[in-house]
Design a protein around this ligand. Structure first.
Ligand code: MEV
Length: 320
């Protein structure tokens, strides 16, 4: 069997957008929803086959790659890091993570690809360095990423993240049970981040106050995760969604799904990631999961997936 590298999707539990401006955020890996990179040894120059990431499937060959393309850039950065110009073989990429939906598809595909290139070269890229390479690729998606996505995806552990601070992997009492519901609207993080930047320019004081409120939510959510206070965590998520509405990164479809999730008995619900489309996350337990899923589908969700978030090896120590 060919060896396979992989990386998880992610959710932002709280703090998206404000994290770009220095507020804390909490992100959790979705270990069951992943991107995969299958390694096929061969004598030909490095070739990457993106099977279900592009329609029709795209093939990248060394020497013909456009560095404005995230996969090509990731391949180049990994080859340079490993000093592996003579690398040969092929990598086939596949992913379960919906694209442009706030679930970290870009970071996960880049991470799996970087790991696969290292495996093909019988080497390894340590997490800290890999996270840095993936961060460089994230800059193509939107110029000013906070770094939260590459961190949670590469370390595959719950993270309390403050931009430009050392990495804080956290322990949580138990993984969260979530329903992820898709609006079916593909949204670019770049556009949502640009909208928040404009808002910050036109209403600086109000926007700063919102960021501070979101930061306070992230801090309290960290305590709730540690103690297993699920009910309060849900309230904080819903409060975070209301603040994101105020930043104009929600949409009628996202708001409708959040309302439906709450109506079905979720502890809390919010958009997750860039917003404007993509997914909402609803915090549930075994008693509410079926009713919440049903309400979300009834309210127009294109898909409602049950996922466990936050399994991982958070060690409370600083990984820097
Ligand atoms: C995207 O998952 C999260 C944002 O806060 C952007 C970022 O942190 O770079 C919207």
């Amino acid at each position: 069997m060919s060896p396979v590298a992989s990386a998880p999707g992610k959710v932002i539990l709280c703090g998206e957008h404000a994290v770009v401006y220095g507020a804390p955020a909490i992100a959790l890996p979705l270990s069951g929803i992943r991107a995969y990179a299958k390694i096929v040894k061969g004598d030909h120059p490095l070739t990457i086959i993106a099977e279900d990431l592009a329609e029709p499937p795209r093939v990248y060959r060394t020497g013909e790659m456009d560095m404005a393309d995230p996969l090509a850039l990731m391949a180049r950065l990994a080859v340079e890091y490993l000093d592996a110009e003579d690398i040969s073989g092929a990598i086939r990429l596949k992913s379960d993570i919906p694209i442009a939906s706030g679930l970290g598809s870009g970071a996960a595909v880049s991470t799996a690809l970087g790991r696969a290139i290292a495996m093909l070269y019988a080497s390894e890229i340590p997490d800290k360095e890999l996270s840095q390479l993936v961060y460089e690729v994230e800059k193509l998606h939107h110029g000013t990423p906070s770094g939260v996505d590459n961190t949670v995806v590469v370390y595959e552990a719950p993270v309390y993240f403050i931009k430009d601070h050392s990495i804080d992997l956290i322990k949580i009492a138990k993984p969260l049970q979530l329903v992820l519901a898709e609006t079916g609207i593909a949204a670019l993080t770049r556009d949502a981040v640009a909208a928040v930047r404009r808002r910050r320019q036109s209403a600086p004081a109000r926007t700063a106050a919102t960021f501070a409120e979101i930061g306070a939510i992230a801090n309290e959510a960290r305590d709730c995760l540690a103690s297993g206070a699920t009910r309060r965590l849900g309230e904080l998520m819903t409060a975070n969604h209301r603040l994101l509405q105020g930043l104009d990164v929600s949409s009628p479809e996202l708001d409708r799904l959040v309302a439906a999730g709450l109506n079905g008995g979720a502890y809390g619900a919010k958009l997750s990631g860039g917003g404007r489309g993509g997914n909402i996350i609803a915090l549930v337990d075994e008693h509410s999961v079926d009713a919440v899923r049903a309400k979300l589908l009834e309210a127009g969700a294109k898909r409602a997936m049950v996922a466990s978030a936050g399994e991982g090896t958070g060690d409370d120590d600083d990984s820097d």
